[in-house]
Design a protein around this ligand. Structure first.
Ligand code: G4P
Length: 538
């Protein structure tokens, strides 16, 4: 038993918390995220699931719902949560959008992850979206593990890759293992900690775990496997790493200063198991989370969780909205009643789900680190805290400053209701931010986005999910600010050209500005009003 400010939890709870690892994979499209996910599931014994990850990716083409846009653009926007076990650990894998235009969404998903795995294509090195997503991880300050993939194909020299990661991303690297050969000659990895050679055997199309043989560098049989030149090079590289390289310090990993690097090939399964084995040892378990009332530890008995993502119409057969909640403390049970302080009322969590693409499994219980899919329509917003016992509130999830603003027009008057509903729901999901000109005769939404692709997604989804056709007219606005202060002071603001008074989708007073100059000018003219970068109180 462990005493905590919110009662005690039993040994089972402590064990469940200790064995959980909640993480996300970040990568540039085509680096092999789907394949690696599949293989993690394969080693986790969820073989049926493993097959369906790819099926799901391919299926998107066929079912042609809004995910078709992802297919066309080679991007991944949907978020899926997968849970699987490996060596006594329970792993929760969160899918993150791969495109930089969705960095805000990625950030929100990462708030629910305790660590990230950065996947890099051996031949391509650090690609633009790896860089963008890495930056988002950095802002979150979570440990980052690196998996260099596709070693079964010729690629960059491993040392060159490490230098590139260090130079481009500004994080120090410590290889946990080292590749033996590459391309067709990729035989396995050298495990630096245990000074072992792990030799892998190919299986047909990597559909079964790769058989592994362990040996050491001095084994003459191993030496004979490689050409003398390759063998000598491997020894040289290992000596170089041991002599000049940095030791793997778990604290530096935890602070995100150093990334442990693994080499492998998801397609052939080489190196996937050694990665998982080390990962579960090094990756942090469910973290405590700061609330406005103090830190909430996963070992507190009272239930606390927060909503980090909402998605409408994930499954065209269900047409519902799912709120994804991360459990921070306590034990989650189906049908439990929790408080939602934003609404000032209690909500019963009936029909909670574990989600796997189109499959939904009813979730009976959950522990800190787990993600629950909640289906209560309209009861949740991104950033909501849900709790039992004494009141608690987690700080709001930060918003990224939008850089693109456009007016959205509905082309068919008879679809106005659907248009309104679509905009409201996509706004709730955080696909874009939505504002309304308070002085305009017609209530037309002005959309604000971090990247232009978000606009395309809105138009595409409005058409495919709500049957609404729209046109988008870019505006010259560049900044949004929320207005805080006496209502009289806000009312008397004179809105010069280049600025416009709007409300956000929750009705909060805001302003749009077309230049730094316009914004600064308004701020100088109205010292009694605060021009905030986020809604007041967030
Ligand atoms: P993504 O989710 O990051 O976009 O990548 P995905 O796993 O779909 O992989 C992109 C391509 O790279 C796929 O080939 C996949 O088979 C291949 N790939 C992934 N891991 C490895 C690896 O370790 N070695 C090699 N050689 N290839 C790998 P594709 O031709 O696009 O699709 P498919 O023919 O496999 O269906």
């Amino acid at each position: 038993m462990s005493d905590t400010p919110n009662g005690s939890v039993d040994g089972n709870h402590l064990r469940e918390v200790r064995r959980r690892r909640t993480f996300a994979i970040i990568s540039h499209p085509d680096a092999g995220k789907t394949t690696l996910t599949e293989k993690l599931l394969l080693y986790g014994g969820a073989i049926q699931l493993a097959g369906s990850v790819r099926a799901r990716k391919n299926q998107r083409k066929a079912t042609s719902d809004w995910m078709a846009l992802e297919q066309q653009r080679g991007i991944s926007i949907t978020s899926t949560v997968l849970q699987f076990e490996f060596a006594g650990h329970m792993l929760n894998l969160l899918d993150t959008p791969g495109h930089q235009d969705f960095s805000e969404d990625t950030y929100r998903t990462l708030t629910a992850a305790d660590s990230a795995v950065m996947l890099i294509d051996n031949a391509k090195g650090v690609e633009p979206q790896t860089r963008k997503l890495f930056t988002v991880c950095r802002q979150r300050g979570i440990p980052i593990f690196t998996f260099v993939n596709k070693l079964d194909r010729p690629g960059l020299e491993p040392l060159e890759l490490l230098t590139e990661i260090e130079d481009v991303l500004g994080i120090r690297t410590v290889p946990v293992n080292w590749p033996i050969g590459d391309g067709n000659d990729f035989r396995g990895v050298y495990d630096r900690k245990n000074r072992r050679i792990l030799l892998f055997e190919r299986t047909d199309h990597g559909s079964r775990p790769a058989p592994v043989e362990a040996t050491n560098l001095d084994d003459p049989r191993f030496e004979r496997l490689l050409t003398p030149a390759r063998y000598a090079k491997l020894r040289e590289e290992i000596e170089l790493l041991d002599g000049a390289g940095e030791e793997l310090d778990p604290e530096k990993v935890a602070r995100g200063e150093v990334t442990p690097v693994f080499f492998g090939s998801a397609a052939t399964n080489f190196g996937v198991e050694p990665f998982l084995e080390e990962f579960i040892g090094m990756a942090p378990g469910p973290a405590a989370r700061q609330s406005l009332q103090g830190e909430v530890s996963p070992n507190e008995a009272e239930f606390r969780g927060f909503v980090f993502k909402i998605q409408a119409n994930m499954d065209p057969n269900h047409r519902d909205r799912i709120a994804f909640m991360r459990i921070v403390s306590g034990r989650f049970e189906r049908d439990m009643t929790v408080q939602n302080p934003r609404l000032g009322k209690s909500v019963r969590l009936s029909r909670p789900q574990k989600l796997f693409a189109q499959d939904r499994i009813l979730m009976e219980e959950g522990y800190p680190g787990d993600i629950v899919g909640l289906t209560n329509p309209g009861a949740f917003a991104i950033g909501d805290t849900l709790y039992t016992g004494s009141a608690v509130r987690f700080p709001a999830l930060p918003r990224f400053a939008p850089e693109f603003f456009a007016v959205l027009r509905n082309l068919k008057i008879d679809r106005y209701k659907q248009f309104q509903k679509g905009i409201e729901q996509l706004g709730e999901e955080g696909v874009v931010q939505v504002f309304y000109d308070v002085n305009a005769a017609r209530r037309e939404p002005i959309l604000a986005a971090v990247g232009r692709l978000q606009f395309e997604v809105v138009q595409f989804r409005l058409q495919s999910e709500y049957g609404v056709e729209t046109v988008m007219e870019p505006t010259s606005f560049r900044h949004v600010r929320w207005l805080d202060g006496e209502s009289d002071a806000i009312k008397t603001i004179r809105w010069y050209q280049g600025s416009r008074r709007v409300d956000d989708n929750e009705g909060l007073a805001s302003g749009l500005f077309d230049s730094d100059w316009a914004l600064n000018y308004m701020q100088e003219q109205h010292p009694k009003v605060q021009f905030l970068e986020a809604p007041p109180g967030r």
